[in-house]
Design a protein around this ligand. Structure first.
Ligand code: XMP
Length: 317
C-alpha cells in the first residue's frame, strides 16, 4: 500500500537509476512542489542537482532571504540570483495585467537562461509538476497559462534540448505535502499558501514602482504575520493584500490626508478554481487595519474583499 515513506524511497531509487552521474538544473520558487521535488532529486544525486532561486523583486518582505536559508538547511545546492533591477526595468510603465505577466515571464527566462549556462554539461531539467498541472496544461486555455508554462521552466529556449525529470507527476497536493513531511521538510515550506509567479506585480494595480512594492510588502507582512499569530493562517487557503490605484481622503490630527487604499483578500478553497471569501473575525480585521494605517506610511484606508470566486477571481489582476 502507498505510504509517503515508500513513495519517497521508491522515487529516490528510480531517480538514481535514471540520472546516474548526470547533472540536473532546477528552478525553485519557494513553493511546496518545487521544494519537495528538489529534495527528492537531491537525495538521489546530491551535488549534481543545481538549484536556481531568483529574486524578481516581487516577493514578500524578506521572503528571498528566508527561503534561501530554508533551502540551505535542507542541504540543497542553491544559487540565489538577485535580479530585482532587471524585473523592475522590464515592468517600467506597464499597466495591463497580461503585459505585466508577459514581461515577468520573459525576464525570468532571460535570467534563468543566463544562470543555467553557468552549469556546464547539464543534461536534465528538474520540475515540480504535480498531477493537476499535467491535467491543466491540456485542458485549460487562459491568459495565465502561457506564463505558467514559462514559469514551469519547460519552455526555456535553450532548454528545449534538456530532458525533463518530474518526480511528483503522479501526486496531488496533499500527497506532495505528506512526502515532504516524510523527508523532514520544515512546515514553513510545506504549509505555505500558494503565491503567484508574477508575485506582487499582479497585486499592485497599475504600474509598478519600487516604492509601491515596499508599501505593499509592509502591508502584506502585517496581515500575514497577524494571521499566523492568531492561528488563522492554516485555516485560509490563500491571503494577501492589493494596492489600489486610488487615493482617498483621511484625517490625521487637524490635517487632511490624501493617501493610498489597500484591500485585504483571504479565501478558503480546495484547489483555487472556486473560492469563498474567508469570514475572518471582525476584531482581527480591526486590529490588522489599525496596525497597517498606523505603521505603513502612505496608506490611510483598508478595505476587506468579500467577493467569492466565481465571479470574482482571487487575484485582482
Ligand atoms: P485567480 O486570480 O485566477 O487565481 O482566481 C487562482 C490561483 O492562481 C494564482 N495565479 C497565478 N499563478 N501565475 C501564477 O503562477 C499567474 O499569472 C497567476 N495568476 C493567478 C493565484 O494566486 C491563485 O492561487
Amino acid at each position: 500500500s502507498w505510504t509517503p515513506t515508500s513513495f519517497a524511497e521508491e522515487s529516490i531509487k528510480e531517480l538514481k537509476e535514471k540520472l546516474g552521474d548526470d547533472k540536473v538544473i532546477m528552478g525553485l520558487s519557494g513553493g511546496v512542489d518545487s521544494s519537495v521535488a528538489a529534495t527528492l532529486i537531491h537525495h538521489a544525486i546530491g551535488k549534481n542537482l543545481y538549484c536556481i532561486f531568483v529574486d524578481n523583486g516581487l516577493l514578500r518582505k524578506n521572503e528571498f532571504e528566508e527561503v534561501l536559508e530554508s533551502y540551505k538547511g535542507l542541504g540543497l545546492n542553491v544559487i540565489g540570483v538577485d535580479a530585482r533591477e532587471q524585473f523592475y526595468t522590464a515592468l517600467e510603465g506597464l499597466t495591463d495585467p497580461e503585459a505585466k505577466r508577459k514581461a515577468i515571464g520573459k525576464t525570468f527566462i532571460d535570467v534563468f537562461d543566463a544562470e543555467s549556462h553557468k552549469v556546464e554539461g547539464a543534461a536534465w531539467l528538474g520540475q515540480g509538476t504535480i498531477y493537476p498541472d499535467v491535467i491543466e496544461s491540456v485542458s485549460v486555455k487562459g491568459p495565465s497559462v502561457t506564463i505558467k508554462s514559462h514559469h514551469n521552466v519547460g519552455g526555456l529556449p535553450d532548454f528545449m534540448k534538456l530532458k525533463v525529470v518530474e518526480p511528483l507527476r503522479l501526486l496531488f497536493k496533499d500527497g506532495v505535502r505528506e512526502v515532504g513531511k516524510s523527508l523532514n521538510i520544515p512546515d514553513n515550506i510545506l504549509g505555505r499558501h500558494p503565491f503567484p509567479g508574477p508575485g506582487l506585480a499582479i497585486r499592485i494595480l497599475g504600474d509598478i514602482t519600487v516604492d509601491k512594492v515596499k508599501i505593499l510588502q509592509e502591508v502584506d507582512a502585517i496581515f500575514i504575520n497577524a494571521l499566523k499569530d492568531s492561528g488563522l493562517y492554516d485555516k485560509v487557503w490563500q491571503a494577501g493584500a492589493m494596492l489600489l490605484p486610488v487615493q482617498s481622503v483621511g484625517v490625521m490630527g487637524d490635517e487632511r490626508t490624501y493617501e493610498k487604499v489597500v484591500a485585504l483578500r483571504a479565501v478558503t478553497s480546495v484547489d483555487g478554481m472556486t473560492a469563498d471569501w474567508a469570514h475572518l473575525p471582525y476584531e482581527f480585521l480591526a486590529d490588522v487595519s489599525n496596525e497597517i494605517i498606523n505603521r505603513v506610511k502612505g496608506v490611510n484606508r483598508v478595505v476587506y474583499d468579500i467577493s467569492s470566486k466565481p465571479p470574482a477571481t482571487i487575484e485582482w489582476e
